[in-house]
Structures are given as structure tokens and as C-alpha cells.
Ligand binder design. Sequence first.
Ligand SMILES: [Zn+2]
Ligand SMILES: [Zn+2]
Length: 353
Amino acid sequence: MNKDYYKILDVEKSATHTDVKKAFRKLAQKYHPDRKTGNEAKFKEVSEAYSVIGNEQKRKEYDSYGKTFGGGQQQGGGFDFSGFQQGGFGGGIDIEDILRGFGGGFGQQQQQVRKGRDISMDIEVSFKDSIFGTQKKVLIAKVSKCSECDGSGGKKGTSMSTCAACNGQGKVHQTQNSFFGAFQTVVECIECVATGKVPKEKCKDCRGAGVRKQEEEITVTIPAGINAGEMIRMGGLGEAVKNGTPGDLYIKVHVTPHELFKRSGVNLVVEVPLKLTDALSGTVYNLTTLEGKRLEVKISPLKKTEETLRVKGYGVPQGSARGDIYLKLSVSLPQKLSSKAKDLVSQLKEHGL
Ligand SMILES: [Zn+2]
Ligand SMILES: [Zn+2]
């Protein structure tokens, strides 16, 4: 089912936008149904390919996923050429005009799914919460479904009447100038949001919009083990639109650094500077894990100035397993020696240390 749009446009995957535009222009002229070399099916195919590859955002999506997500040409399929047969190819061809045409008259009345805008917000969690996960309640001010009229835009109990702007058709005709000359397009009626009906009396809270900016409390589930900078997507919690589906909410997670632990993948790392004597004779290190458990970790005399000691478990949860804690042991040299200590060092010297 997936078409190779690059192949259709006869360009390399690495082609620049200008190259893509040129290739499309060449093929569009060749296949345009008004031409001798015309081929409607090919023309549609080329146009469809260009509507994706010629659009930076859609091209990215296509490159990554092999498809695009925006509304539009995916479900449209058939293009109606009857509207602009008389146009022909004028001098200054503006390819952008073709694209503008895609939304309306170019495709047959494409049932574009109305979708609200995606929104994003930032959230800060403690280091511990990022490791074990948590739930956070946040207040967010966004355009959402009007709670007074439940999105209908009408005053409670009011009846609906036929929209005067579109005569109840839900759409209105517009004349558009394009690449192929002027043609009629059909666009959604703004008054009734394509429903063909308007409430007799508008809702006072949203003035008939069906949506309004309001504060909403939402609960965000922070999954265990989330990394700083990761995004959580909450489908349908973006901005609402009347007669459509809401956008999505993206939450960027920031993590407050911990005073003791640092994260390294599924493991936690603790820097442990040891006194010279502890490094030489070994010691016991009192470790309090992130969940508050106290452990006595035996440290053997160091063989090198820096060693790593693993404390199994107690790291980042991974399903039923856990990462580990790594103690990064190092020798902290004394900054000052008392005269007594200096004497002792000379004695050590005699022992070849
Ligand atoms: Zn309302
Ligand atoms: Zn209308």
C-alpha cells in the first residue's frame, strides 16, 4: 500500500527541496490532463507524492514512518479536475498554488478530520520520582470543550436552526486562483463548523464557540525510570475544537539532580572519596539507597587509586529487575599533615611505602 514517493517523483532520497520542486514541476507539466502527454492517473500520483515530499514536515514523517499523519490527501485519493480544465499553463507557474489547492477544490470534498492543536508543557520531578515513577497533578489553562454547553455552543435547552451562512450545507463555495487558473473550491462553513446547524441561542460562556479557554487539572503519570528530557504524550489532552477531536498534550520531563546519586542508564552512581587510611586499610561505607534503605557496604583496601564497587540491585527498576548501584571509590589525599602525622609518614617511608 505504501508508495515510494521518491520513485514517483524520480528524485533521490537526499534531494533538496528545490530539486523536488523542479522534478515535480517537470512531471506535473508532462502529465497534466490538458496536455497531449497527459495522464490523469500519473498526474494524481505525482501531485500526491509532491504534497508529501514537497512539504518539510510531511517529508520528515514520511521518511521516518513511511506515511504522514496530517489530515488531507491520505483519505482523499481522487482529485477532481473538472474545475480547472480551462486554466491551462500560464507563464508564471506558482507551485505553491497547487498545494493551496489541495485543501479545498483540488481534492474532492475531503473529509478532513478537524483536530485541535497539540500543546506542550514542562514538568519537574524529583530524582527519586524519576526512578520509581509517580503521579503528578497539574493545572493547565487550555482551550477545551465548554463545560457549560458540553461543546454544543448553544444555550441549554435551545433548539438548532439551519445555518444561514451556508444554507445548512455545511460548506461554502469560494473562487480560488491557482496555477491552473481560477476555479471553485468548497470550504467548510466557519459559522456552523460544517455541521449546517447553529443554535438559536448561543451559550453565554463560550459565545457559541463550543470551546473556551479554561483551567483543567490533569493527572500525569510519570513512568518509572524516565530520563530527563523525555516526553510523555497524552493523547486527546491538547486543545479542543468544535466538532472535531482534540489535539495531544506533550509533557517534557525535567529531573532535579540528586545530591548523592547520578544516573547512568539503569544504574546509579555514587562518588565515594576515601580517606587515605580507609583506602589503605579498608572500611565500611554507610549507604542509604534511594528508597531509604540503610546498607553497610564493606570496602576492602584499595589496590588502585580509583576502583568501582557494585552494590547489586537498588538501581533503576526494569520490569521486575533492577539496575545496580556503583560506588566510585577514590583516594582523597590529606591537604595538611600534623607534625605527628609527618613522623608517621616517615615511618611508612622506612617500610618502602
Ligand atoms: Zn458553551
Ligand atoms: Zn454553515
